[in-house]
Design a protein around this ligand. Structure first.
Ligand SMILES: NC(=O)c1ccc[n+]([C@@H]2O[C@H](COP(=O)([O-])OP(=O)(O)OC[C@H]3O[C@@H](n4cnc5c(N)ncnc54)[C@H](OP(=O)(O)O)[C@@H]3O)[C@@H](O)[C@H]2O)c1
Length: 244
């Protein structure tokens, strides 16, 4: 099994890569932090990955995407699963005051993913097989006051994935949208934890089992499907008064 993981040093990506290393997969990792990436490559080799290649990339630099994807395909030759994991949780207030900050966050969480999907869709279509899996968020389902810049970017990706799924279906390419709820990872280290929180390891196990069974949209943990259905059912005249 040949797997490309983008944003590979994310806590959820690392936990997922470890599960594939247990299956002796061939892996190619893309991330921006050299020390963390080198440590992960070593960890996955020790855990049983057949081979692990890597490329360093700041994913906000769209012009460098094509070269990194070329490198991944040169290493793996074909890709069975491409998993896109990177993201950042913005300071919502700062983004509201400064468009440039909002633009940076929308670039990382939204536009960079669409650039990568454009390159990967072309490659997987040519292969006539493969799986594109992207981590979005339940935050993309409704624009909430504390995080609607992040939510808007994730929502853009989810909508894009829906259309792409249909476009790639005739080419035997499967498109999966993973929507985690609250996960205890470096991204959320500053937030107070509660009963609804899950772990990167739990989300990773759901990603792998959902890829195995070719799911389309995955809420993880599953109770977020019910929570979000309830959140989305609140009428707008009430919702606009809610600050959560
Ligand atoms: N944690 C949650 O509650 C939660 C909930 C829903 C969805 N998600 C989504 O899950 C995914 C994984 O997040 P996580 O929870 O595993 O958090 P994480 O460990 O903080 O991972 C975020 C990753 O994104 C990378 N990244 C950010 N900007 C980048 C850039 N410009 N270029 C390259 N890499 C960049 C970070 O790289 P560095 O390691 O170099 O900083 C980090 O590895 C993200 O898409 C996130 O939006 C998370």
């Amino acid at each position: 099994m040949k797997i490309l993981i983008i944003g590979a040093t994310s806590a959820i990506a690392k936990a997922t890569a470890r599960l594939y290393a247990d299956r002796h997969a061939e892996l190619f990792l893309i991330a921006r932090n050299e020390a963390r990436l080198a440590e992960l490559v070593n960890d996955l080799e020790v855990r049983g990955a057949s081979t692990v290649g890597h490329a360093l990339l700041d994913l906000a630099r769209q012009k460098d995407h094509a070269a990194a994807i070329d490198q991944a395909f040169a290493f793996l030759e074909t890709v069975d699963i491409a998993l896109i994991c990177h993201g950042s949780l913005p300071d919502q207030e700062a983004c509201e005051l400064d468009y440039k900050k909002a633009e940076r966050e929308i670039t990382v969480n939204g536009l960079s993913v669409i650039s990568l999907l454009t390159l990967l869709a072309f490659r997987l279509k040519a292969q006539q097989q493969g799986i594109l899996a992207v981590i979005t968020s339940v935050a993309g389902e409704r624009g909430r006051q504390p995080n609607f810049v992040y939510g808007a970017a994730k929502s853009m990706v989810s909508t894009y994935l829906q259309g792409l799924r249909g476009k790639l279906h005739p080419f035997n390419v499967h498109v999966m949208d993973v929507r985690p709820g609250l996960v205890d990872s470096p991204m959320t280290a500053h937030l107070e934890k509660g009963p609804l929180w899950s772990t990167p390891e739990y989300v990773a196990s759901k990603i792998v089992s959902s890829i195995d069974s070719r799911r389309h949209i995955v809420y993880t943990p599953g109770y977020w499907r019910i929570i979000m259905a309830a959140v989305c059912s609140i009428p707008e005249f009430i919702f606009k008064r809610i600050k959560f």
